[in-house]
Write a protein that binds this ligand. Sequence first.
Ligand code: HEM
Length: 409
Amino acid sequence: MSETMATETAREAPPFPQDRTCPYQPPAGYDEFRGKGEVHRATLYDGTEAWVVSAYAAARELLADAGRLSADRQDDGYPIVSERMEGIKYQPPSFVGMDPPEHNRHRRMMLAEFSVKSVAALRPRIQALVDEYIDEMLQHGGPLDLVPAFSLPVPSRVICEILGVPYADHTFFQEASQNLVQADSPEQALQSVGELSVYFDDMISKYLQEPGPGMIGRLAGDKVAGGELYKHELIMNALMLLIAGHETTASMITLSVITLLQHPDQLALLRKDEALIGPAVEELLRYLSIADIAGARVAARDFEAGGHLIREGEGVIVANSLANRDPSVFPDPDRFDIGRGNRHHVAFGYGVHQCLGQNLARAELEIALPALFNRIPGLRLAVDVDDLKLRDGGTVQGVNELLITWGDR
Ligand code: HEM
């Protein structure tokens, strides 16, 4: 291939996903997708191609239509965005990888714990946990790593209590969860799935013998014992929820701290008016779009989108970091503006798979962020943002460590 042709191909199908170089900005290479149409060809890590949807309206329209886009992870055309996910494709999927009506059957069983009402009732408990970890941080003094001191344990304890998973096992499942989403190889990811499956298998067996706590206890005693749900289905759903409950909110807390500290004018506004926390969290969700690769689908039939013919069996990825920066919906989209008044971003996806944990994630962020900045007024980064080691583009966006400090240390 001549050099000109190679450049031409690269331009037509830029790589997706790409690694960020700033924790809160999309990769510069995504400019190839921005403002140049709604739907684009992209090259995945293994050289195969898929469609990337970058426009907000098209993203919502397509995610809302399970008849055009299937979430079936076992379909041959399902786009695999990183090598680590190759082996998992052949594992039985959790409900996130299913289509209606099967998907609805599972999701319905889990709605109760994540409803607005249930999460509202949890707020005092979340506040108590947040305060407990901030007390420990203050006692320890800076500098310290915010991730193990606060960002990870708060959502981890909350999801454990909801699911009925003993937090005493946290070293095991936090490691397995991180090894899964950031695995170096498909084998490592599969090993983590295997370890977590055995862990949940044992737990559900126990909860079938005697009533168990939390959502897993409820579903084991009610749905599995009652023959409405197979044990292996509950294992995969529990595993998915444990990982989703850990990796996402923890990343959001850490990246939100970085973003607010890097935008002192916005942090000052928030400090002046606590009522701004709701809008600030929505803007952080839009701006950070940490689950950028979550909207992977496969075309269930031929259809037209953005002037292109998408053929049945082709991979389609609705990139929420691009849709959330569509200038026709979010003017001056690269500006972080907590007064923007946006609650219609697609950081939690859209349609039947829209995030089950969104009420919980919002509550955790709305409680954790003001508490951190109010109780540790001099909170600042103890590391240069340019030196942070960012996760690769093929996983939930974030950093694994963040050194912070306060006072005169
Ligand atoms: C689905 C993002 C927190 C559980 C999703 C999807 C996105 C997302 C984009 C859609 C996936 C798709 O379309 O295929 C986020 C973000 C979070 C967050 C940005 C944090 C700020 C949580 C939490 C939980 C959770 C705390 C709790 C347990 C789930 C589940 C699904 C999901 C179970 C699948 C829903 C379904 O397929 O019906 N999330 N999530 N997420 N999320 Fe979250």
